[in-house]
Design a protein around this ligand. Structure first.
Ligand SMILES: *Cc1c(COP(=O)(O)O)cnc(C)c1O
Length: 224
């Protein structure tokens, strides 16, 4: 079931700040997605390829599907025909594969590069140096079927707000640095995807342009 009150509050709060809301529907049934769709929402995110593909086949074609999980190169082809934005790109190999599948599908696929900002070891993502190197390499390869649209990051899972804030702040700083230094006006990064149910307000205060929210809209997931 969708918490429609929470949805309207979020839409109201975020639209005032020009922040885009992505509804994270992983593990949630088709019915829940349709419920939010019927309230007018179109941007949904999943973190498993198989689940995304199955749900997309059963749901209205005008849904914009975001992929927010760790994408394996051999699965790119399954989402390349329709995916709106791939949030977690963290290697040149993956970027090249997305470019290849983009070409096959005659489209330019929007991607965000994932930066590692949390102190936890388990989180995927690039360091600031790797990020800059990847952008340079991608630029020199002229990958015509991918568009690096911005950055994505996840803060530590902690109640320590000041720690979360400093991690988001670091990502925003890198985002601004890349835009003012390395990148030309037509390759500028526009999207900064940071913030989830528990920390989106801090993320927005620190400059997020896109938040990925699941449990606040759909309720807690089992095992969380
Ligand atoms: C699950 C997930 C979210 C949403 O988490 P909530 O806490 O339910 O809002 C956001 N981003 C990523 C990458 C996720 O995997």
């Amino acid at each position: 079931m969708v918490n429609s009150g929470a949805y309207y509050r979020l839409v109201n709060e975020l639209s005032q700040k020009g922040v885009q809301l992505i509804a994270v529907s992983k593990t949630k049934p088709i019915e829940d997605i349709l419920e939010l769709y019927n309230l007018g929402h179109r941007d949904f995110a999943e973190n498993y390829v198989q689940e995304l593909v199955e749900k997309a086949a059963k749901l209205p074609a005008d849904i914009r599907w975001h992929f927010i999980g760790h994408l394996q190169t051999n699965k790119v082809k399954l989402i390349a025909p329709f995916v709106q934005l791939i949030h977690g790109v963290d290697s040149l190999k993956l970027l090249k594969e997305i470019n290849k599948e983009g070409a096959k599908n005659r489209r330019v696929i929007d991607c965000l590069l994932q930066m590692h900002i949390a102190q936890e070891e388990t989180k995927f993502g690039l360091s600031a140096e790797e990020l800059e190197q990847l952008i340079r390499e991608a630029g020199s390869l002229n990958l015509e079927h991918v568009h690096i649209k911005g950055l994505m990051g996840m803060a530590s899972f902690t109640d320590d707000i000041s720690k979360v804030r400093s991690e988001f702040n670091k990502l925003k700083e890198i985002f601004d640095q890349l835009n003012s230094g390395l990148l030309t006006s037509d390759s500028r990064l526009l999207t900064l995807s940071m913030g989830m149910s528990s920390d989106y307000q801090v993320a927005v205060e620190e400059g997020s342009t896109m938040v990925r929210i699941g449990s606040l809209l759909f309720g807690e997931r089992p095992g969380k």
